[in-house]
Design a protein around this ligand. Structure first.
Ligand code: CR6
Length: 808
């Protein structure tokens, strides 16, 4: 049931502006109108959430708890209006009240509580969990500052704070009555009382965790779930008892610690930053979460004995791995269970998703941080480790395997091994990735407990990433597939395949893309002052900047094209625009150099009249969810060129595909599954396969040989070395590729090995582009076969095979 007509919505907005801001519609600013809109929608969702909760309690339903240090939600106003089925009404109401609806949507800040794929995945899954009517809650930290805002100053990245809460807090509902206390440091004391052993953590620093809930509306349902974000507060601003005992400084310290915990999201993607504050963040949100789940469970059932029957805890990478010892702590210390019973319940409650095979991202914590900040958790972890190690020894009788699988070893706590030991399931996020986990990264654990290992290929929220952001394409799909069926049954997209030879459909598809390119051109002009040429191929690589993602390979190819144009100004007949968007972790020097290089090259090409209307490079500043929403519908080529074996899945690849872009890519991550569906004829595949990369590494890879052998590559690397018209040299990058640097081997990610094949793939792509009928047909097949990459499918698989919960 739609909760509003345009008229009732206008009334509600008018009342909300008055009550919350003391303003009439004439007086209100765009920001106030955005907040009023959020509050009006929130009211509807809050009512439905109460009803959902009551029903779940009444049914004694099994609940899913999705724990993630990141939820990259982006904007919510348009999305919530869409899901509630009132987007047209909201647009109309805003316009009737004298506002520009587009401006109101545009003023909302992104809730950017995540770095990239992993955080966005969590956000997409919340949408599907709700749409599939699964009783679920997301948990994370209510960071004051999300991922930094990126500015490009003289070609270089500068980071600015992201104060999203000013307007973004309109979606948050604080629930101070459900505050939890999280304890850090102090000492563990055991004592007997009345025949019972008690274990207490004394002299700990107590930090209060205050929940701020964000309601999540599903599509086509009145089911509402919640994303619970924990805010950190000190217990008492001024602790008078400490003050009088002369311990005022400790009180002030406690306050400072509490306030820093929820201050900022760590901006590293696929990289471990071993800071004690990060460990505190992890324990803070895990402990608050498990305590709150346990409290609600005990209130309803009066016991923790059936905890695993009624709850399942999914952890998004190892970041929330402390749930395992924390749940053990609660079951033993608070619920009074013995070890075996507590372990039985814990290992039937927790499931772990792995998102990376990169060694630098696998979490390992120094044991002394545990001992110091989490003394009771340390004791429990040590005991888990001891028992696990015994099990491994008894199974393999092989010291090498014992060492590899150990949880506590060499003064470190290895979080992935903890998750494997304490979880009921371990899954990778694409077919290839899950195979690599079994055959390589977690080979020994797989040998011992093969039944734990599963695959769930990632998915994206196709309602947001297709229907909501690409109304032109949405309209065509509805026309061709007979309505909006595909919104809840994404496999209905398959019907589009039937129109592969329908000239008018292919033409319409081309016209939609053209219109989207023009809109993006206007948007880029308005917001960035960038002049794009809509006649050019929009060839796009947007994702975090990481060496393994090989933005540098893309750059090398563009340099080669540029040099070709120098030799022959007619070498390019089809205008070609390369768009990049990427944030680099602030401490990742090489990644920042690559950003600078892209800007140097863009500037060089911009100032060379030969390139006019032929070649262009644009670096789009501050790539984020809301920019992706503008860009995806307008993209024609999707660059997915990571070194095979390194990208766990990728999800940007799916967004492009759904919007009809064609992929130039390696057989990596979910590209493999895309290729299975599309065949060689509907994508531009190139480069080494994962096993070939490994083989080359074993045999000894010498990139200099390629440099000496291939004149195009040679010339291209020399240009990189000497730099461009802005006078910046990139000798450092040149050295890295040919000789290695700082402990990393020469060309660690095999750019040179794939260079020639990549250039050929791009050439094939450009040649194909000449025949727009062929291109549009390929594009149609991509859209038609993208249904499996809907998050609804992925979440249904988790529900069926890991959580064992029913769903719509
Ligand atoms: N960086 C993977 O690298 C995957 C997402 C979501 C990543 C990426 O291939 O699509 O997770 N991994 O599964 C981590 O963040 C550790 C990512 O986003």
């Amino acid at each position: 049931m739609t909760p509003f007509t345009t008229q009732t919505l206008e009334k509600a907005l008018t009342a909300k502006l008055m009550v919350s801001f003391g303003k009439t519609a004439e007086e209100a600013t765009d920001g106030e109108m955005m907040r009023a809109s959020a509050l009006v929608l929130r009211d509807v969702m809050a009512l439905r959430e109460v009803e959902t909760r009551q029903k779940v309690r009444h049914d004694h339903a099994r609940q899913v708890h999705y724990l993630s240090l990141e939820f990259l939600m982006g904007r919510s106003l348009m999305k919530n209006a869409y899901n509630l089925g009132i987007l047209p009404q909201l647009r109309e109401a805003l316009e009737n009240m004298g506002f520009k609806a587009a401006d109101i949507f545009e003023i909302e800040p992104d809730a950017a509580l995540g770095n990239g794929g992993l955080g966005r995945l969590a956000a997409c899954y919340l949408d599907s969990l709700t749409t599939l009517e699964i009783p679920a809650t997301g948990y994370s930290i209510c960071y004051e500052l999300g991922i930094f805002k990126q500015k490009i100053v003289e070609g270089q990245q500068v980071e600015l704070p992201d104060n999203w809460k000013d307007l973004g807090a309109a979606w948050l509902m604080p629930k101070p009555a459900e505050t939890q206390e999280v304890r850090f440091g102090g000492t563990v004391r055991e004592f007997w009382d009345n025949g019972h052993l008690h274990i207490v953590n004394e002299d700990a620093t107590v930090v209060q965790a205050v929940p701020c809930d964000m309601e999540i509306a599903g599509y086509g349902t009145e089911h509402v779930n919640v994303l619970r974000l924990w805010d950190a507060r000190s217990t008492q601003p001024v602790d008078m008892s400490l003050f009088s005992r002369g311990e005022y400084l400790k009180a002030a310290e406690d306050e400072a610690m509490a306030e820093t915990i929820a201050k900022v999201l760590y901006p590293e993607d696929n990289h471990l930053e071993g800071k004690s504050l990060r460990l505190k963040q992890q324990y803070f949100f895990v402990s608050a979460t498990i305590q709150s789940i346990a409290a609600k469970h005990t209130e309803l059932y009066g016991t923790m004995k059936n905890f695993h029957e009624k709850n399942v805890i999914q952890i998004n990478d190892t970041h929330p791995a402390l749930v395992i010892p924390e749940l053990m702590r609660i079951l033993i210390d608070d619920a009074g269970m013995d070890w075996d019973e507590a372990w039985e319940i814990t290992t039937k409650s927790v499931a772990y998703t792995n998102h990376t095979v990169l060694a630098e991202a696998l979490e390992r914590w120094p044991q002394n941080l545990f001992e110091h900040f989490l003394p009771r958790i340390w004791q429990i972890t040590l005991e888990i480790s001891r028992r696990w190690q015994k099990k491994v020894e008894d199974f393999y009788h092989d010291p090498k395997k014992t060492e590899k699988m150990a949880i506590v070893w060499g003064g470190q706590v290895r979080m992935a091994n903890l998750c494997i030991a304490g979880g009921m399931a371990v899954n990778g996020v694409s077919g290839l990735h899950s195979e690599i986990l079994k055959k390589d990264v977690f080979k020994e654990a797989y040998g011992m407990e093969p039944w734990k290992f599963q695959n769930v290929t990632n998915g994206i929220d196709h309602r947001r990433w297709l229907s909501e952001i690409n109304p032109g394409l949405d309209g065509l799909i509805r026309d061709l597939t007979g309505g909006d069926d595909y919104l809840l049954r994404p496999q209905a997209l398959k019907k589009l395949d039937d129109y592969a030879d329908d000239a008018s459909v292919l033409e319409t598809l081309g016209a939609i893309k053209r219109a989207n390119k023009e809109s993006f051109t206007a948007y880029a002009k308005k917001t960035r002052g960038v002049e794009l040429n809509p006649d050019a191929i929009f060839d796009v690589q947007v994702k975090r900047l990481h060496e393994y993602k090989r933005q540098l390979l893309n750059v090398l190819h563009i340099i080669a094209l540029y040099q070709k144009l120098q030799d022959d100004p007619n070498a390019i007949t089809q205008p070609h625009t390369f768009l990049f968007g990427a944030k680099a972790a602030p401490g990742y020097a090489v990644a920042k150099r690559i950003i600078r290089l892209i800007n140097s090259l863009a500037d060089q090409i911009d100032h060379d009249p030969i390139c006019k209307d032929k070649l262009q490079v644009v670096f789009l500043e501050n790539y984020r969810v809301s920019l992706a929403e503008q860009l995806m519908p307008a993209s024609e080529v999707s660059q997915q060129i990571s070194t095979a074996g390194k990208e766990a899945s990728g999800t940007g690849n799916m967004k492009f595909m759904m919007n009809g872009a064609l992929t130039v890519g390696t057989l990596d991550g979910a590209n493999v599954e895309m290729h299975d569906l599309l065949g060689d004829e509907n994508m531009f595949l190139f480069g080494l396969r994962a096993d070939e990369v490994e083989q080359l590494k074993r045999e000894g890879y010498v990139p200099q040989r390629l440099y000496n052998r291939d004149p195009v590559l040679h010339r291209c690397l020399d240009a990189l070395r000497s730099g461009f018209r802005d006078g910046v040299h990139y000798d450092d990058l040149y050295q890295r590729l040919l000789f290695g640097a700082g402990g990393s081997p020469a060309d660690e990610y095999f750019l040179l090995a794939d260079f020639a094949a990549y250039c050929q793939a791009e050439q094939r792509m450009v040649e194909t582009y000449r025949d727009q009928t062929v291109w549009n047909r390929m594009s149609l097949h991509n859209i038609a076969r993208s249904g499996v990459f809907a998050a609804d499918r992925a979440v249904a698989e988790y529900a069926d095979h890991i959580w064992h919960v029913p769903h719509k």
